[in-house]
Design a protein around this ligand. Sequence first.
Ligand code: ZN
Length: 261
Amino acid sequence: MSESPVSRGKFLRSLGKSIPGFVLGAGVASAARVVAGKLASGSVATSAPPPEKHTPFLSSGPGDGNRIAITFDDGPTPGVTEIILDELKKRELHATFFMIGARVVAAPDLARRVAAEGHEIGNHTFNHLKLTTLSDQQVGEEIQKTQDALGEIAQYQPSWLRPPYGAFRASQAAIAQGKNLGVVLWSVDPRDWSQPGATRIVDTVLSQTKSGAIILCHDLHRQTAQSIPRILDGLLERGFNFVALSTLVGRPERKQTAVAA
Ligand code: ZN
């Protein structure tokens, strides 16, 4: 990992400070697809999006059809991502991987494997910075560099951006839309980055997942990899169908065809 532009220690410390901070502007929600987040009411404190009534960013899909999307942020991580890929392949399931551009550059073969095995890939910026602290130009660069890295390395063009820590201003949505990217958050968060133990990760996901859920995990730690077989089998036993994010929620509106509602 030493060749990664992202210092692992710094990176992990920054993850430890993860508190999504939304700064919602008025009247600019049309820049993003407006979907009222259906967050579990009365759920215990998690780092899931705060319960604003009209979060302007997608955080779940339609509640019919028992479909769910499991997503993995912060990879690709050699030694962890492969384990998750193997478990998905055994069950012929597809997931969505929100990759950090710097890590794609550091582990190009692994990024290509994710694409080759039919998973969806999303953009998780290049350096995993808190975008609300950056200028519009810097935000654009963080996003574009990852689009470029995935295009060059994996011949893949993501449709969705997930801002690190879920921190994104509604006024920044136009930057993503200008690059034909929708912004997506999550509805189930087992806080696996804090390494609470595989059993607790499994229990949180199984107890909070409902139809339309977007589950947030990280292909960053072995605990997450260890929890994945029980998560996949447990949700399959409950009758859920795993689909890629764009299958669950559709593709974001493209700027060429975007029309004000
Ligand atoms: Zn992240």
